[in-house]
Ligand binder design. Structure first.
Ligand code: SAH
Length: 337
């Protein structure tokens, strides 16, 4: 169903209740984060029973939860058909950020990533994507507010564009979870035509593209899907994205020891992106045992950053959260839980 006023009004008509109840239902689901129909105390008992016959408020079952030294909490979520995803709650001094998944598994199959090791199980529905944000908000201490959403969990959001788009609408809307668009970030492997569509649909949401290599040969080795999307097409889309939104794209770059972070790669990367309005976010690799990759050493990281900075690139090193609990990227699901 659609998680907006029209969708809830349709539901009201379907079960034969007055349309004005739709607003109350929306409020219960998003603002008051009701756990079930029984919480909805301004609806009659009969109506609650009727709703419960055909609908469910919450469908996620948290089957494992781990807390990391830095306070990061990770939830392994089981959906009604048994597929698993991960939701991660990260606390920074001034914000609480949830990292949500858009698919169970992933079709992209980056060689270094745990999420795609077994391919794609299925797309999450828009409701399942939204529910992860509600679940995270519930987990915060009283008085704390969820301030940011990053769509960087399991799955490729642009391969589940429609459901992800509906979820973003609900997460952002006043009638929904009311999280500002600029506090939402989406990370994609970078499908050029979807980048343009996203610029048109959600110009205020921050876009991050997983670049990971400065030339086609290496990128296609690390990201098999990239064969369909040469860097030229990707960078053309990034340029058009800026023209449409006037917002910089963040280029994510995972540092794989000896593979993509040698000095020559830094030079190629600077050359590739300097003509464009984008910044670089380096992420040191979180080891996934089966992948055979290793994180870059401190010296290599510093050197890589220096070369980029000297060449005028705006570059940051992302502090990895939750690595001691395998929170980083699809790793809890693979731990056999
Ligand atoms: N499919 C989306 C979301 C993936 S997860 C995308 O490709 O952008 C978000 C980021 O984490 C991506 O840049 C992804 O490549 C990176 N990532 C995946 N596994 C990682 C690991 N083990 N260590 C560090 N970063 C990783």
């Amino acid at each position: 169903m659609e998680y907006d006023k029209a969708g809830f009004e349709k539901l009201a008509v379907e079960i034969g209740i007055p349309k004005f109840r739709a607003g109350q239902l929306l409020q219960w689901v998003f603002e008051k984060r009701a756990a079930g129909f029984d919480d909805m105390t301004n609806l009659s008992k009969d109506l609650r029973a009727k709703l419960a016959e055909s609908y469910t408020v919450r469908t996620a079952e948290v089957i494992d939860e781990v807390t990391c030294k830095d306070g990061t909490r990770k939830f392994l979520v089981k959906w009604p058909d048994g597929v698993l995803t991960e939701t991660v709650l990260m606390a920074y001094h001034d914000r609480n950020t949830v990292c949500i998944s858009t698919q169970s598994g992933c079709p992209v199959r980056c060689t270094f990533c745990a999420s795609g090791q077994h391919g794609l199980q299925r797309n999450l529905t828009s409701g399942e994507i939204i529910e992860q944000v509600i679940l995270a908000a519930d987990k915060l201490e009283d008085g704390k507010r969820l301030s940011n959403v990053v769509i960087m969990g399991m799955g490729e959001p642009f391969a589940n564009y429609e459901n992800t788009g509906k979820a973003i609408t609900a997460i952002n809307a006043d009638w929904g979870l009311a999280i500002g668009a600029r506090h939402i970030t989406i990370s994609t492997i970078g499908i050029p035509e979807r980048i343009i569509k996203f610029a048109e649909d959600f110009p205020q949401v921050t876009l991050a593209v997983s670049l990971h290599a400065p030339n086609d040969a290496l990128r296609q080795e690390l990201i098999p899907w990239a064969q369909k999307y040469p860097l030229k097409d990707l960078m053309d889309a990034v340029a058009e994205y800026y023209d449409l939104t006037h917002r910089e794209v963040t280029m994510e770059y995972v540092l794989l020891d000896g593979v993509n972070c040698l000095p020559k790669h830094a030079e190629q990367l600077a050359k590739l992106i300097r003509p464009f309005r984008c910044n670089v976010n380096l992420i040191n690799y979180n080891t996934v045992l089966e992948s055979g990759h290793r994180p870059a050493g401190e010296k290599a990281v510093a050197n890589f950053m220096d070369i980029l900075t000297q060449r005028g690139v705006n570059v940051h090193l992302r502090q990895s959260k939750g690595s001691d609990i395998n929170a980083a990227c699809g790793q809890l699901r693979n731990s056999g839980k």
